[in-house]
Design a protein around this ligand. Structure first.
Ligand SMILES: Nc1ncnc2c1ncn2[C@@H]1O[C@H](COP(=O)(O)OP(=O)(O)OP(=O)(O)O)[C@@H](O)[C@H]1O
Ligand SMILES: [Mg+2]
Length: 263
């Protein structure tokens, strides 16, 4: 069934809500700013339905990187520690979201998502739909999940794409720590050029670099995932959440903010 609602998926990147190169440090000033912009946008757009997803930043990525370097894989103890770290970040964020009056509900991905034999990720989308129908804002996050005979990382980016496709979202807004999508990594190249509008089929021509702190592939993975999942007919925005007002304006459809990528 297709839902004719006005649904936006907002992914709050771990790069913006945490310090990615430090263990377990939340950027509370940024978080407070972003949640107040979310609350203002929801107030001003009564038809808007929201799903919020957050990344792992210095929580999930940090713990997974640590266990990958010591044992080379995610074992049961690593699974447990990663899901715990993500629960801590999620709880702190939920407290802030509740504090600005948003009716949020946490849906820990390790309790609903699972990788199948063919590599697909299965979950009960009706549960999320029902929360939305009942007026709640589901909050999910990058997490560890059960694979067939292993434990896997399911990134917040992948969850954003799966939900956008399955729930017929209007758009995805990726909130990050850079001004948008550049022709090459702006953190590495001072002459990187910000792109304002890109067709998804043009992504292969860009230069992406991998982050040493990101176990799920940084900007390239984030945007290529949409092609992998065959998402079509939606706009995706990449915006800088460190700039006050950007999230609010992009929720209002202001396309002067960041990059719009047309899938
Ligand atoms: N061509 C590019 N344009 C823009 N950013 C790029 C590019 N190539 C690499 N990057 C990097 O991608 C980073 C954003 O992705 P990253 O995965 O680190 O953040 P995130 O997804 O917000 O965090 P998390 O995975 O914790 O949720 C930027 O900080 C930037 O340095
Ligand atoms: Mg990332």
């Amino acid at each position: 069934m297709r839902y004719n609602w006005y649904l936006k998926v907002v992914k709050l990147g771990g790069s913006v809500i945490t310090l990615k190169d430090m263990p377990m440090t939340i950027r509370y000033d940024v978080v407070k700013q972003l949640v107040s912009e979310l609350a203002d946008a929801v107030k001003g757009l009564p038809d808007l339905k929201l799903v919020i997803i957050h990344g792992g930043g210095g929580f999930g990525h940090y713990v997974v990187r640590k266990c990958l370097s010591s044992s080379g894989r995610i074992d049961s103890m690593c699974f447990s520690e990663t899901s715990y770290a993500m629960t801590l970040l999620n709880t702190s964020l939920l407290k802030e979201l509740l504090g600005v009056g948003l009716p949020v509900v946490s849906i820990p991905p390790h309790t609903v998502f699972k990788a199948e034999v063919d590599g697909r990720v299965s979950y009960d989308k009706n549960l999320i739909i029902e929360y939305l129908v009942r007026g709640l804002i589901p909050v999910l996050y990058g997490d560890v999940v059960l694979g067939v005979d292993s434990f896997l990382v399911l990134s917040g980016d992948t969850i954003a794409w799966l939900l956008a496709k399955d729930l017929n979202a209007h758009e995805i807004i990726f909130v990050t720590d850079v001004d948008g999508l550049f022709d090459k990594d702006p953190k590495k190249y001072s002459d990187a050029r910000l792109l304002k509008y890109v067709r998804a089929d043009e992504l292969v021509n860009l230069e992406f670099s991998q982050s040493e702190y990101d176990v799920t592939g940084s900007m390239m993975f984030k945007l290529m995932e949409g092609l992998k999942h065959g998402v079509k007919g939606i706009n995706v925005r990449v915006v800088n959440g460190l700039v006050k007002g950007n999230l609010y304006k992009s929720l209002h459809g202001n396309s002067s903010i960041g990059t719009v990528i047309k899938y």
